[in-house]
Design a binder for this molecule. Structure first.
Ligand code: C2E
Ligand code: MG
Ligand code: MG
Ligand code: MG
Length: 281
């Protein structure tokens, strides 16, 4: 009887795995078509100067408007896009779209900002990334310092010896480099010094620890001091409360990003925000 029950569980388990596999295969096929069908869209989340409150930049965040499932989170499909190699084409689309959009905003006379694009580890291939960045800047007419690339610590550390020269070449082109999700990976401080970065993005998990009056902010305080010591700009991501905002301002964090400042939004909503900012100036 026990044996029977065991077998039952096993076949149930296999069925479940098959279902999961089918769902995955289906999503892979759909992901293939998503680009050509125009189902991808970029949302933009503002970055704010902690001192004057001006919008200094916007991070492009990929959205998949799935015909049946509605908006699918990048957390769901980016890993699959990475495994299947589709991220190369999708990533190129993101870069082109974000730069073209930023250039359109500039030509419309809106306040200038840097657009930030997230890169996956597998996009850090010298022979592919450098020509791509060059040709996108060239095609769109965007000056390099209005583009920033966000790369996670983990992605760089996958092969730091290859990543460092690549980052140096990107920096040579004039684009900005940010270390995303800082604090969640394991790069030694020694490596940090070797990366030609412009900005550290303190991960949301540290920001959420900040509590009014508590000692939880100690790590952030140290991170900000270290970034400043290394002559890096520092931005806190995932700022959700007025208390966190006040604490970070007080600690001289350069920039803030998070739901308390603004949520990611479609391009036209950010454009409206920029127009209001220009009118107020
Ligand atoms: P990330 O680059 O660290 O982006 C920050 C994520 O946190 C975004 O999630 C954003 O919507 C969310 N967020 C921002 N402020 C807050 C806040 O105050 N509270 C909370 N709880 N969340 C906040 P999203 O858009 O779902 O993106 C998740 C991740 O997917 C990104 O993390 C990034 O690693 C990846 N991703 C997004 N777009 C792209 C892309 O175009 N290419 C690649 N390679 N990865 C992307
Ligand atoms: Mg990012
Ligand atoms: Mg991040
Ligand atoms: Mg993060």
């Amino acid at each position: 009887r026990a044996k029977q029950a065991g077998r039952g569980r096993l076949s149930f388990f296999t069925e479940e795995m098959n279902a999961a596999n089918r769902a995955r295969q289906r999503m892979e096929v759909e992901l293939h078509h998503a680009l050509e069908r125009g189902e991808f869209q970029l949302h933009y989340q503002p970055k704010q100067d902690a001192g004057c409150g001006a919008i200094t930049g916007a991070e492009a965040l990929l959205r998949w408007n799935h015909p049946r499932r509605g908006m699918v989170s990048p957390a769901e499909f980016i890993p699959l896009a990475e495994e299947t190699g589709l991220i190369t084409m999708i990533g190129a689309w993101v870069l082109r779209e974000a730069c073209a959009q930023n250039r359109r905003w500039q030509l419309a006379g809106l306040p200038e900002l840097a657009v930030a694009v997230n890169l996956s580890a597998c996009q850090l291939q010298r022979d592919e990334l450098l020509p791509l960045v060059r040709s996108v800047l060239d095609e769109t007419g965007l000056a390099p310092h209005f583009l920033e690339l966000e790369i996670t610590e983990t992605a760089i550390m996958k092969d730091a010896d290859l990543a460092v020269p690549l980052l140096e070449e990107l920096k040579g082109i004039g684009v900005g480099l940010s270390l995303d999700d800082f604090g969640t990976g394991y790069s030694s401080l020694n490596y940090l010094r070797r990366f030609p970065l412009d900005c550290l993005k303190i991960d949301r998990s540290f920001v959420s620890e900040i509590d009014a009056g508590g000692s939880e902010g100690a790590i952030i305080t140290a991170m900000i001091a270290m970034a400043r010591g290394l002559r890096l700009r520092v931005i806190a991501e995932g700022v959700e409360t007025p208390e966190q905002t006040a604490f970070l301002r007080n600690q001289q964090c350069h920039e803030l990003q998070g739901y308390h400042i603004a949520r990611p939004m479609p391009a036209d909503a950010l454009e409206a925000l920029l127009r209001r900012e220009r009118a107020a100036a």
